[in-house]
Write a protein that binds this ligand. Structure first.
Ligand code: FES
Length: 107
């Protein structure tokens, strides 16, 4: 079972056993991670699942589609080069151990 390490804006780490085949957002919700709200349920319509993936494993994640790119413009916290919408990133066994930073605010 792959792992995801979520890190709060205050630096607290929350390692979780993740499920491959579903999104990083769904893994966050299933593990009660504060900081991922996912108001639209994963439809790429809200930007409240914003996260920062600076891990070198990010190179294994497919590039974002234009709808994710546009929606990131509505994120509450300023977008960075490492910004992704966690509902659009599928967890895989290849991403085992990935570190996902959470913004201080989502709305
Ligand atoms: S959950 Fe709404 S954009 Fe990701």
């Amino acid at each position: 079972m792959p792992k995801i390490v979520f890190i709060d804006a205050d630096g607290t780490e929350h390692p979780v056993d993740a499920k491959a085949g579903v999104s990083i957002m769904e893994n966050a919700i299933a593990n009660n991670i504060d900081g991922i709200e996912a108001e639209c349920g994963g439809s790429c319509m809200c930007a409240t699942c914003h996260c920062f993936i600076e891990d070198e494993l990010a190179a294994r994640i497919p590039a974002m589609e234009s709808d994710e790119d546009e929606m990131l413009g509505f994120a509450a916290e300023e977008r960075r080069p490492s910004s992704r919408l966690s509902c659009q990133v599928k967890m895989t066994d290849e991403l085992d151990g990935i570190v996902v930073h959470l913004p201080a605010e989502q709305t």
